[in-house]
Structure formats: C-alpha cells, structure tokens
Design a protein around this ligand. Structure first.
Ligand code: PEP
Length: 251
C-alpha cells in the first residue's frame, strides 16, 4: 500500500529561529492527532540540524531541498548527500523546477544526485513538471517521460521503493493558479502507467505521487480525492503552520 504524504518546501524562507518556531508548531499539531498521511518538512540546509532537534522524527520527516552531485571535495558552497544525512534528515527534494530553471540542473545531473542521495540513505522526492509553453504545445507527457526516465529509470526495483514523485506543473508554482484536479489526475495516472511499464504494476501501485502547485487548504481535499494523487508538495502554504496543517488534515 502506498503512503499518503504532505511535504512542505520552505524554499529560501525563514531565519533559523523562525524556522525552528514553525517546525515546533507543525510538530506539536502533528503529534496531537491521528493523521491519514505522513508529514515531511523540506527546509534550507542551514536549518536541518536545528529543526531535527525540535521534531519527533518518527512523526515528522525532514528533507533538504537539494544536494550536490559530488560526495565531497573542492566544491565551495555545495552540500553533499552524506552531509545532509549526517544531520538526521531522511529525505531530499531533487529536481525542483526552480533548481532546474535557475541553476541549470539537467536530467543527467539529477541522475547523479539521485544515486548519491540513495547511497547516503536518503529517500528522494523527485520533482517533474511542464512549463506553460510545453503544455500549450501538447508536450506534457513527453517532458514528464524524459524527466522521469532519464533521471530515475536506471534504478533497481529495490531502490525505487525510496522514490516519491512530485508532479509540479511549473505554471502552477507560486502563481496561485492550481491545476484542476482533473488536469492533475490525468498526469498522475500517466506517471503511474509509466512506472508500471518499467517496474511492473505492483511497484507502480506502491509509488507515492504528490501534486505541487498553489495547493492550499481550500483545494487540497478535491485534489487528494483523486485516485492517483497521494498528497502534496507545498510551497507558500507550508510557511504558516495553520495553512500547512489545513492541507495535512485534508485527507
Ligand atoms: C513548490 O515550490 O514546490 C510549490 C508547490 O510551491 P507553491 O505551493 O507555492 O506553488
């Protein structure tokens, strides 16, 4: 049975003290109730160690928002997967469209990052998604297929168990413009079929596929009700504990 997950992506927001307060508030709300999904906080590198200290890691997962494509060495300013793992984090978000767009991350580079993350014992939340131009040109499936197959389809069945996919249409990220639940479901079903063709029906059924893009308490329930939408990767709305918990409790 696949897991439902709601993961926050704080991006480059909050100072360490602010982040610690936010994590404490989310942790407090999560431990106080029985939830129908796992909760993960994706936080800046600088926050990982401090946030780890204020969450119950068995109830709230901890993710970095990126890792390097090398394990160590002369790469000034980079943070490697083993470094992330050494903070006690258990996930890393890879391939976010902001990383692909602003920092030129390619499918090939992401393949290396995925390998190093898994080697370091991290689970990967792997993002994919099309731009508005690509959608309008009818290229949604082509883009998603290339992103997933070129960065992930070299993995073994055993490794695949540590992959969560996040479908994030670029035109819906931070724009307030959510994909309709039908638009999202259509792509999620396509992704699950793609995984089934490569890894078989059972592994595909067990794969968690998250939706990301202007998800908020008011639209989460409709999105999560779709058969192939197993939760969300949440940007803006993850910066307020109440909004984030409003999405978590949408299941
Ligand atoms: C994201 O950046 O992963 C995201 C989904 O952002 P937002 O929720 O703000 O659209």
């Amino acid at each position: 049975m696949r897991k439902n997950i709601v993961a926050g992506n704080w991006k480059m927001n909050t100072t360490v003290p602010e982040g610690v307060e936010l994590a404490k508030a989310v942790n407090e709300a999560v431990v106080a109730q029985e939830l129908k999904c796992d909760v993960i906080l994706g936080v800046p590198f600088t926050h990982l160690t401090a946030v780890k200290q204020v969450i119950d890691i068995n109830k709230v997962g901890l993710a970095a928002e990126n890792c390097a494509d090398h394990n160590s060495g002369a790469y000034t300013g980079e943070v490697s997967a083993p470094m992330v793992a050494s903070t006690g984090a258990n996930y890393v978000i890879l391939g976010h469209s902001e990383r692909r767009g602003y920092y030129n991350e390619t499918n090939e580079m992401l393949k290396t990052k995925v390998d190093l993350a898994l080697e370091a014992g991290l689970k990967v939340i792997f993002c994919c998604g099309e731009s508005l131009e690509e959608r309008e040109a009818g290229k949604v499936e082509e883009v998603i297929k290339a992103e997933i197959s070129e960065s992930l389809f070299h993995l073994s069945n055993e490794q695949w168990a540590n992959i969560v996919i996040a479908y994030e249409p670029i035109w819906a990220i931070g724009t307030g413009k959510t994909a309709t639940s039908d638009q999202a479901q259509e792509v999620h079903a396509f992704i699950r079929n793609l995984v089934a063709e490569k890894y078989g029906k059972q592994l595909a059924e067990d794969t968690t596929i998250l939706y990301g893009g202007s998800c908020k308490p008011s639209n989460a329930q409709e999105l999560f009700a779709k058969p192939d939408i197993d939760g969300g990767l949440i940007g803006g709305a993850s910066l307020k504990a109440n909004d984030f918990m409003g999405i978590v409790t949408a299941f």
